[in-house]
Design a protein around this ligand. Structure first.
Ligand SMILES: Cc1cc2nc3c(=O)[nH]c(=O)nc-3n(C[C@H](O)[C@H](O)[C@H](O)COP(=O)(O)O)c2cc1C
Length: 240
């Protein structure tokens, strides 16, 4: 099973080089977006990942929560290894984390990093193996961060990378932890070719009482660093 997954992932990665150059990104970034460049060396370190925090102070629009899971890998910069990181204003960010930050800046909501008690390996191979094993065994890992005032939020931007054509398992833990009935969930993701896969339907299934926006924002990991203007245009359409 693991071997089949590895072959599938390799195919996805190869497809992403040829097919994903324009999946929702690629234009110039706007002035509201932090300057960003694709990470070009292996300088990622523990600090970069540990800097992800729980909730930051709210600006003006207190009813928006931007909850995301993201995992910047510490090795490799080529397509095989995922290029799972960008540098914005000198800070190392995972791809989805970067998108979350752009949304945070525009909406003025609260930013929340979904994190697990047991850290994932930063190295690509062990990471994809652990993720595959978790998925095969239906493991919903224990989370180390929790939203204490979920009742205060009406709108939840929910961000995650595509992992094995699905949400990372910590997203299942997150969606199980809260009843989001009556709230609006707005998905966004980054991927290596599979876009959202079937994840939006899965979110709808897990949160039947919530309104889930099906036209979420999805971008290839190859284009995350240039996704600002498309992301801003998408948010504008949503009314932000
Ligand atoms: C464990 C694992 C599994 C992945 N599986 C897929 C996949 O099935 N389809 C796909 O398009 N991309 C896949 N990717 C690529 C990620 O979706 C992509 O690199 C994403 O931008 C990572 O975002 P992050 O930096 O926020 O973690 C996978 C990456 C990892 C680490």
């Amino acid at each position: 099973m693991k071997k089949i997954k590895l072959i599938m992932l390799t195919l996805i990665m190869l497809m992403s080089v040829t097919a994903c150059g324009n999946s929702g990104a690629g234009k110039e970034m706007t002035a509201t977006t932090p300057a960003v460049s694709q990470e070009a060396d292996n300088s990622a370190d523990e600090d970069g990942m540990a800097d992800k925090n729980g909730q930051k102070a709210s600006a003006e629009n207190g009813n928006v929560l931007i909850a995301y899971f993201s995992f910047p890998e510490t090795d490799g910069t080529d397509t095989d290894a995922g290029a799972s990181r960008v540098v914005a204003d000198g800070e190392l960010l995972g791809n989805t984390e970067y998108l979350a930050n752009v949304i945070y800046e525009r909406t003025g909501g609260d930013l929340f990093a979904i994190e697990t008690v047991q850290e994932y390996p930063g190295i690509h191979e062990p990471l994809i193996e652990q993720a595959a094993e978790e998925q095969d065994n239906g493991v919903h890992p224990e989370l180390s961060t929790h939203v204490e005032n979920m009742e205060d939020y009406d709108v939840i931007f929910l961000g995650y990378p595509n992992w094995w054509a699905d949400m990372p398992m910590p997203l299942y833990s997150f969606l199980e932890e809260y009843d989001l009935s009556g709230k609006t969930i707005i998905p966004f993701n980054s991927h290596g070719g599979s876009r959202f896969s079937n994840t939006i339907a899965e979110i709808q299934k897990m949160q039947p009482g919530a309104e889930v926006v099906t036209d979420g924002f999805t971008v290839s990991r190859n284009d995350v660093g240039n996704a600002g203007s498309d992301l801003n245009a998408w948010m504008e359409e949503l009314g932000y």
